[in-house]
Design a protein. Sequence first.
Length: 255
Amino acid sequence: MLLTVDVGNTNINFAVYENEQENAFFAITTKIARTSDEFCVWIANLLSRNGISSEDIDGCIIASVVPGIMHSLVNGIIKLTGITPMVIGPGLKTGVKIKLANPKEVGADRIVDLVAAYELYGGPVMVIDYGTATTYDLIEADGTFRYGLTCPGIRLSADALWNGTAKLPEIEIKLPDSILANDTISSMQAGLMYGCIGQTEYIIKQVREEAGLDSMKVVATGGLGKTIADATDSIDLYDRKLTMKGLRIVYYKNV
């Protein structure tokens, strides 16, 4: 079985695949400092809760945008499984041609999202990841990644509202019934969510026009991606597990 690990700024997501079948999915918080022994115990317990033994794991791949935890995480996985994980970075085969000005600055999660979208849905395709940051990445029909945008994520924007103002409260982030808000909480919800929908629709429209890609598909992923995707016709589909699927694809391109 293959253990795939996506280390984000908020959560570390894990999935276990047997060939193309996902057998388990679980997550832990990124911001809590853990030793390699703690990672070993946490992962072992979560695998066990899903009916999987560490001895069943015969491969592992990691995409990370948080370098500071990698030493402990990698060593925890080695202690648990005896396997040295494959880590997304230069030298791995992905099938994506990165033509940005500074390819080494691209987050590993963005690369594997594009790999999955291109392999599963074809190109040209835009991937929108609604995570800590909201990213809009375009892969062309020939597999070239040339353009990408980075915006503050919805939760990051919400944190700025209630931490940067004296009277605005911390709220549940959800789509209100109407954009016609008449109280503080619904006004914040409407501003955050409808503002993101408007941003999404404008960016997609502008990219289509400037790149001349009328046939471009749009795939959304990330925590709040489904809420946004359900609220606009500009997104073709939502795939919550896009990053994990991309990790699985990259792993088998390199073994």
